[in-house]
Write a protein that binds this ligand. Structure first.
Ligand SMILES: Cc1cc2nc3c(=O)[nH]c(=O)nc-3n(C[C@H](O)[C@H](O)[C@H](O)COP(=O)(O)OP(=O)(O)OC[C@H]3O[C@@H](n4cnc5c(N)ncnc54)[C@H](O)[C@@H]3O)c2cc1C
Length: 297
């Protein structure tokens, strides 16, 4: 993390909302379901799949969780009605994980059941390390009931190799990412070279085990390693996909797609865009560097 990143992150509350919005516009599809589905349709037309994230996490009351669920249910209906190619990505804290884990499980169950009826899929995002154990437990419980649910694992956590070994019997549908939260060194790798090696080791293990993997990265070296493993294992397209965030390295996105691989774009949207942008930047000032670049490009 450079000094500049830290300075930008600290002074962010002083940056006018309009400027944060200008930067966020690139990474966030808008405030409404309509905005989001318009972006999905555009990406679909270009040959990309999508997954939608209705922004909002760390809620303070179960009522807020109910509102989030209602929004996601409406979203699932609209995806089906408009026949766009998009799954949904959820955060369990938005469904009340920190307030009432049983209620959270029930809400996730409701959502996944409806998604199953509509032939859709629900990905459970992975949040900071205080959520990892509960998220994996809830995933295990839901996976027993449903096949249209997947989870995320983070290559920067020291525990992840053990976690995927423990879940092996379920052959989960995974998204593999490096991890975006700032975690203490006791539980996470801080050296990017180690994170990258762990990413490759995990990817190889998951693919060899027959898991479907969403290879979530914008790091060209990770993409290169993924393609090497895919070639070595002679995997068909249907065994994996690449995943990238909206607005990030669209050139790499096009290169991957043009080479014939499936690619899904992760699309955050919702009224909580400002809080989301500020939170992400506070959590990981490294991202502030991207903001800075985006502002002056
Ligand atoms: C589809 C998707 C879903 C994700 N879901 C989760 C999740 O559930 N839990 C979680 O902890 N993390 C999640 N992440 C974030 C992930 O963990 C990483 O923090 C992030 O993707 C950066 O890692 P990287 O592999 O792109 O490599 P890096 O080495 O960090 O980045 C490679 C290059 O990509 C560019 N880049 C990366 N991220 C951004 C960005 N946000 N904005 C602008 N440019 C960027 C930079 O130019 C950088 O040089 C997700 C990422 C993706 C793509």
């Amino acid at each position: 993390m450079t000094l500049l990143d830290r300075v930008i992150a600290r002074t962010l509350p002083l940056v006018p909302k309009s400027i944060v919005r200008r930067v966020a516009n690139r990474y966030i599809a808008g405030e409404t379901t309509d905005d989001a589905l318009r972006v999905v349709a555009g990406l679909n037309a270009g040959g990309f799949r999508a997954t939608l994230d209705f922004l909002g996490e760390h809620i303070h009351s179960i009522d807020q969780a109910h509102r989030a669920i209602a929004e996601y249910l409406r979203l699932l209906e609209e995806i089906a009605r408009r026949r766009v190619d998009s799954t949904i990505s959820i955060k369990l804290t938005q469904l009340g994980l920190k307030l009432d884990a049983r209620a959270c499980l029930e809400m996730a169950r409701r959502l996944i059941r409806r998604a199953s009826e509509l032939n859709n899929f629900v990905r459970i995002d992975m949040e900071d390390s205080s959520c990892t154990t509960d998220t994996l437990e809830i995933y295990r419980e839901l996976r027993r009931e449903f096949s249209n649910v997947g989870v995320v694992v983070q290559a920067y956590l020291r525990r992840t190799m053990d976690d995927v070994c423990a879940l092996e019997d379920l052959r989960p549908n995974y998204r593999l990412c490096k991890g975006v939260y700032v975690e203490p060194r006791e539980i996470s790798y801080h050296d990017m070279r180690v994170i990258n090696r762990n990413y490759v080791a995990l990817l190889e293990k998951l693919l060899r085990n027959g898991s479907y993997v969403g290879i979530a990265t914008h790091d060209e070296l990770m993409v290169w390693e993924a393609l090497r493993i895919i070639r070595e294992l002679k995997l068909p397209n249907a065994a994996y996909e690449f995943q990238m965030l909206l607005g990030v390295d669209e050139q790499l996105r096009d290169i991957i797609r043009a080479a014939g691989h499936n690619l899904r774009v992760y699309i955050p949207f919702g009224g909580d865009w400002y809080a989301y942008s500020v939170r992400r930047l506070r959590e990981n000032p490294r991202l502030a560097g991207y903001v800075f670049k985006a502002m002056f490009k």
